[in-house]
Design a protein. Structure first.
Length: 139
């Protein structure tokens, strides 16, 4: 069995963003030469997310508005976490909702997706360098 590991780094200049990372993950899969197996993609920061969905701008706007209604950034004083000097209590909750990682089957050297599925990095407290782990195992 082969094993492959790579870190993808992101530095999002704004607080929140959704980035389609499918092309980078596909590049990792090619580098690994795994034809049959599994690929794990996970955010390695507690205020970021990795998830699978459609790459459609209206949907991304819906996510942004929905997440802000569920866990609004302001007022910052609403979060106990922010009493430690932070201002990102909302980002922790948004990450919890959107998830930490995805696992995708690899079949014949390709990501085994359903229609329209893409892998996204969700940033909820940007403005600094963060990473995503790509781990591939298989033959």
């Amino acid at each position: 069995m082969k094993s492959y590991r790579k870190e993808l780094w992101f530095n999002i200049p704004q607080r929140r963003a959704f980035i389609n990372i499918t092309p980078q993950v596909e590049d990792c899969l090619k580098e690994s030469s795994v034809q049959e197996g599994l690929i794990l993609v996970n955010a390695m920061h507690i205020t970021a997310s990795v998830f699978i969905n459609d790459d459609e701008l209206g949907l991304h706007k819906d996510y942004e508005e929905w997440l802000e209604r569920l866990a609004p950034h302001d007022p910052i004083a609403n979060y106990h976490h922010n009493k430690t000097g932070e201002d990102n209590g909302d980002a922790h909750l948004k990450r919890q909702i959107m998830g930490r990682e995805v696992v995708v089957a690899v079949t014949k050297g390709n990501l085994d997706f359903g229609p329209w599925e893409q892998i996204f990095y969700g940033e909820f407290d940007g403005r600094r360098k963060k990473r995503v782990l790509v781990k591939i195992i298989g033959e």
